[in-house]
Each structure stands twice: as C-alpha cells, then as structure tokens.
Design a protein around this ligand. Structure first.
Ligand code: CO
Length: 291
C-alpha cells in the first residue's frame, strides 16, 4: 500500500475514534435520538472528512442499521443497550468503528463483544484465514456465556466502498479467505443473549444506490440527484430533501437501482452488544486505524 493511502486510512481512523468517543458522552437517558445523531454526524463532517454511511444507532435486540428518521421522537431510556456504529472517510478512505453504550446493567455482555474483537485482532497476520478470526470471536463470546451473531460479519473496505470481500465471520468456519499484507477490513463481533441470528424488521432508514439506469418518475430522479454526492456510499432517508420519499425509494428499489438496509434484530427481548475496529494487515501483524 502506498504511504499516502496508508496515511489517509490512519487519519480517518484516528478521527473516527475521537468522534465516537465524544459522541458516546451524549448518549444518556432522556437525550433525544435525532438531536444526538445529528450532533455526532455533524462532528464527523468537516472540510477533510465525510460520513461513509449514516450513523447507525441500534438499541437492545436491534443489532444494526437503525438510525433516526426525520422527526424521530424517540429518546434514550435507562436500561437501553445502545450500539453506535460510525463510518467516516478521508478522500474515500474509510474508517468503520462501533462501540456499545450501556445505560443499564449489561457490562458483562458489553465486555464479551469488546474482548472478542481484541482476541480476533491479536490473531491477524498474513497467512491466517478469516475462519481463524471467527473461531477466536466465537470461543471468546461463548466462554462468557453469550452467543455470537452468526449471520452478521465484518467486511473488507476500499475507497468509497463500505462492503467488499473478505467477510470476517463471527463464528468458526472452515478456512475461508487468507489474509494478505495491505488488506483493509473491519472486524465487528456481536454478542447476544438471544438466538445468535438476526432477521429483518420492517423499519428501513438506510439505503444505497447500487446502479444507474434511466428513470421516468420525477421524484425518483430527485432522489438520485440528491444522493449523487454519496458516490455509491449509503445514505439515510432523513437526508433526502423530499419529506415523503417512500414511493420514489420503492420505485428505485424495484428497478434494482437502490438497495435497502432494513433494521436487523435478534429475538424480541434479547440484548445485543457490538464492537468494531478497522485494521490494515501489515507484514507481521496489523495496524488498528480506529484505536
Ligand atoms: Co462495519
């Protein structure tokens, strides 16, 4: 990897780490969802940096992909387990990091995903398989009496690309991709008191344009115009200028131009914790950009 690119990944990582630390202090019982999310998204946006995806704030059994809607009236409550998943980029080079904020008494569950992430990072070096990282994650979480979420994974990163191979499993799999020097990816263990599998909820707030075709519907054209500057990175419904973009979005999804990311949840009443870092594989180990 060229030094200049390496530096941009590291700048993005250090910045993401500082934003998420500051952001975490805003999450307390009674704090309004929308206000906190917009505050953190503003922190992450500067002349040099932008959001790689909308700030994900997912509560309790929700593992991922929730964020505020326009006019969201929810407030954080005592007892909530809050996952904060932040992606920022410098010139397209992405840092993806997540932490869990415990507004209740779930410190042990929070420790499980954090320590699983640490165990996986310890294993990273060229020649190791992603299956070995999954094994490290699963054994750490299970040794603490919880389950890893099997159908959520870490993922490779590239310039303006939030998800690409290799996927980093949260469970032991046979073999899988072999790590190489210069690979950039996010490792993100989820620990749960529930089933260990997430399914899609009806709620969808996050979308991504995945192709470009001619479109007749004027409101759909307006959505495409508004998300052009995303350069293919995900966007939030509340970022769109039209206050009722549902029909336009449905049209774009049906035509294969936009992908929807529904909220992903374990079983009702369960609790999910998450930690995530972005790493670059080096000759004999790795650099954690978001540390
Ligand atoms: Co990620």
């Amino acid at each position: 990897m060229e030094d200049e690119i390496f530096d941009k990944y590291c700048q993005a990582g250090a910045f993401a780490a500082s934003v998420i630390r500051k952001g975490a202090t805003e999450i307390r019982p009674g704090a309004p969802y929308l206000e906190v999310i917009e505050f953190i998204e503003d922190l992450a946006t500067s002349d040099e940096s932008g959001l790689a995806f909308p700030l994900n704030v997912s509560l309790n059994e929700d593992a991922a992909h929730d964020t505020a809607s326009a006019g969201d009236e929810r407030v954080f409550a005592a007892g909530d387990l809050v996952k904060l998943d932040l992606g920022v980029h410098f010139d397209g080079y992405i840092a993806d990091t997540a932490i869990t904020i415990d507004l209740g008494n779930n410190g042990l569950l929070v420790d499980a995903s954090r320590e699983a992430l640490n165990r996986a990072i310890e294993k990273v070096r060229p020649g190791v398989t992603v299956g070995a990282l999954g094994y490290a994650i699963q054994t750490e979480i299970e040794s603490r009496g919880y389950r890893p979420i099997a159908n959520l994974t870490g993922h490779g990163l590239d310039r303006f690309v939030v998800h690409k191979p290799p996927n980093i499993p949260n469970i032991a799999i046979q073999g899988g991709a072999v790590l190489e020097e210069g690979m950039v990816f996010a490792i993100e263990p989820f620990a749960t008191t529930g089933s260990g599998h997430v399914s899609e909820k009806k709620r969808v707030e996050i979308f991504q344009q995945i192709s470009q075709k001619p479109v007749r519907l004027a409101t759909a054209r307006k959505v495409l115009e508004a998300v052009k500057e995303r350069q293919g990175m995900p966007f939030a419904k509340r970022w769109l200028p039209d206050s009722k973009p549902e029909i336009a979005l449905t049209t774009l999804i049906r035509s294969g131009m936009v992908h929807a990311y529904p909220v992903l949840s374990d079983i009702p009443g369960s609790l999910v914790s998450q930690h995530e870092h972005t790493i670059i594989v080096t000759e004999d180990h790795c650099v954690v950009t978001t540390a």
